[in-house]
Design a protein around this ligand. Structure first.
Ligand code: GDP
Ligand code: MG
Length: 441
């Protein structure tokens, strides 16, 4: 798939004159890729039309950077399609918010509820889980198990069959207990049924959620639009979470969900475990949709940002899959050297949304410096070991003492390292393109 797009773009860059035929050929190839990624046919067609409007053939003929212009236009257009124009409601720590999860059975609601709660708990929130799924046997047990593992308070019942009653009781109880993030898990059903949507409407009316999150399985395919729209028609969906992004599906249905609900994607699920949950980052997502992997933009950036003489060595190390603490240290050095880091590094996978949120570059920089101070107290063995288990408590204590930081901060730094190492482990086995070979979108 990626190959066909690269080929299309290659063909285009070889043509001395970019005429309409070449542009069409390229668009057709990309259309095929997007359809295979489950992007809705109508949306693909809209994209094509817009691209033709944006890309002026005469400009292309005159300009030198034709390939880049078309690539950038397609990329931007897809990013735009994922941006509904307004941010979703964002709960505030310390202020009570009720968040209701909806979606078909098996989409990953219960799992995602816990991930969402756990994510906020780690940041100092007081979340709580309410199981309003009385439809599926075992639903409450599943939520209970998840919640217990994460030490998050939960509410539900084995006896009560009225989801509205349980939802209201749970929300009231946790409001009294001053929880600031009350999460209501709901039932699914296999199909879209009138009864399900009526139930969602009732639960929503009774609990008055500040935010309704639509949970969508990335492998749902072309059905995404109708499904999202059906939920939107019964409850005020305000955000989307796409699950199972660790699988083969590229998640093109997300474009449909955004279009149908006019709401942004806020997180993605990347595994069955509690911490396999990432803030949605539009650029790597779009690269993936186009079949170019998360690395296309990154590869381009690496050539710009990492000093020439260090590039082969770094890429070699990454392709071996050994993202050591020393590599992280070196990347931090590069980041600090670059000055206004936000923009340049917004394409480094994992470095952008989480570590360096937009508008908080100063804080991020301070954090990175703090991490580096701690890493200065590490031994060579620790910096070069690909084994995270090496970092036991006594080592962490020593590093904390040596750098004058709290052990909690050392743990936080190591958590950050693990998160990045996991993302970067996808580099393993990657064929490393030479400068200029990669058609970066
Ligand atoms: P619900 O019926 O909507 O509540 O869905 P569940 O939360 O019970 O999830 C259905 C199945 O999908 C379970 O086996 C989950 O472990 C799995 N699942 C949920 N999210 C993800 C994900 O991001 N990645 C993977 N691989 N599996 C997931
Ligand atoms: Mg469930």
């Amino acid at each position: 798939l990626g190959g066909s797009i690269s080929r299309a773009i290659q063909q285009m860059s070889n043509a001395t004159i970019i005429d309409e035929k070449v542009l069409n050929e390229c668009l057709n190839e990309i259309t095929r890729a997007l359809l295979q990624s489950d992007v809705q046919f109508k949306l693909v067609r809209d994209m094509q039309t817009n691209i033709k409007k944006i890309v002026n053939l005469d400009d292309l003929a005159a300009g030198h950077n034709k390939r880049k212009i078309i690539q950038q236009a397609i990329f931007n257009e897809l990013c735009k399609m994922l941006d509904p124009g307004k941010p979703s409601f964002t709960p505030k720590k310390g202020k009570t918010s009720v968040v209701m999860f909806v979606g078909l059975q098996g989409s990953g609601k219960t799992t995602t509820c816990t991930k969402y709660a756990y994510y906020h708990q780690k940041k100092g929130w007081k979340p709580a889980l309410v199981c309003a799924d009385t439809f599926r046997a075992g639903a409450f047990d599943q939520l209970k198990q998840n919640a217990t593992k994460a030490k998050i308070p939960f509410y539900g019942s084995y006896m009560e069959s009225d989801p509205v009653k349980i939802a209201v009781e749970g929300v009231e109880r946790f409001k009294k207990e001053n929880c600031d993030l009350i999460i209501v898990d709901t039932s699914g059903r296999h199909k879209q049924e009138a009864a399900l949507f009526e139930e969602m409407r009732q639960v929503s009316e009774a609990t008055k959620p500040d935010l309704v999150i639509f949970v969508m399985d990335s492998s749902i395919g072309q059905a995404a639009f109708d499904q999202a729209q059906a939920f939107k028609q019964s409850v005020a969906v305000g955000a989307v979470i796409v699950t199972k992004m660790d699988g083969h599906a590229k998640g093109g249905g997300a474009l449909s969900a955004v279009a149908a609900t006019k709401s942004p994607v806020i997180f993605i699920g990347t595994g069955e475990h509690m911490d396999e949950f990432e803030v949605f980052d539009v650029k790597p997502f779009v690269s993936r949709l186009l079949g170019m992997g998360d690395w296309s933009g990154f590869m381009d950036k690496i050539h710009e940002v990492v000093p020439m003489d260090q590039q082969p060595e770094l890429l070699q190390k990454l392709s071996e899959g050994n993202f050591t603490l020393r590599i992280m240290y070196e990347q931090f050095q590069n980041i600090l050297k670059m000055g206004p880091i936000g923009q340049v590094f917004s394409m480094l996978p994992g470095f952008s949304a989480e570590l360096m949120p937009k508008g908080r570059e100063k804080e991020s920089q301070a954090k990175i410096k703090r991490y580096m101070t701690m890493m200065d107290s590490m031994t060579n063995e620790e910096l070069d070991s690909p084994n995270p288990k090496l970092m036991n408590e006594s080592r962490m204590m020593r590093i904390a003492r040596g750098s004058g930081r709290h052990i909690r901060e050392v743990m936080e730094m190591l958590e950050e390292y693990k998160r990045l190492a996991k993302i970067w482990s996808k580099m393993k086995g990657l064929k490393i393109p030479k400068k200029g070979e990669m058609s970066a979108l």
